[in-house]
Write a protein that binds this ligand. Structure first.
Ligand code: UDP
Ligand code: MG
Length: 149
């Protein structure tokens, strides 16, 4: 079953949006498979965002991510990577539709509340980076999933 890595960024934690964000993924029907509140250090944040190291906003982005605790999560379910990105909304909150997390709770691209993996392969890498200890294995009885159509 497909999994994605979701992180509530420091502004989301500071603003008390943790429950709201978890609730949206839960109510959609996705299954929570990993969850922890942690402070990450600079080398770790730089590794997570390594693909963006050449971007002009990279240093500011790393400062933002290490500015306070984040909530790291693994969510599982059919098409959870793409659907998770839809729940999150566009990168720039000015372009995120109302009803999405960024559309409802953010204004600035530099404080956009949440991260979600952009592909199944990056999700696999990010889950391995953030959860080296592994994640809990359990099957949802409410949403048993399907292996055939
Ligand atoms: N970001 C920024 N300025 C930009 C573009 C991105 O500060 O012009 C930040 C923003 O927090 C974004 C993160 O860098 O969420 C990662 O950028 P990416 O393009 O991967 O967007 P995402 O996948 O988070 O939507
Ligand atoms: Mg991204």
């Amino acid at each position: 079953m497909e999994q994605t890595f979701i992180m509530i960024k420091p502004d989301g934690v500071q603003r008390g949006l943790v429950g709201e964000i978890i609730s949206r993924f839960e109510k959609k029907g996705f299954s929570l498979k990993g969850l922890k509140l942690i402070n990450v250090d600079r080398p770790f944040a730089e590794k997570h965002y390594a693909d963006l190291s050449a971007k002009p906003f990279f240093n500011g982005l790393v400062e933002y991510i290490i500015s306070g605790p984040v909530v790291a999560m693994v969510w599982e379910g059919k098409n959870v990577v793409v659907t998770g990105r839809k729940i999150i909304g566009a990168t720039n909150p000015a372009e995120s539709a109302p009803g999405t997390i960024r559309g409802d709770f953010a204004i600035d691209i530099g404080r956009n509340v949440i991260h979600g993996s952009d592909a199944v392969e990056s999700a696999r890498k990010e889950i391995a980076l953030w959860f080296p200890e592994g994640i809990v294995t359990w099957q949802s009885s409410a949403h048993p999933g399907s292996t055939s159509s």
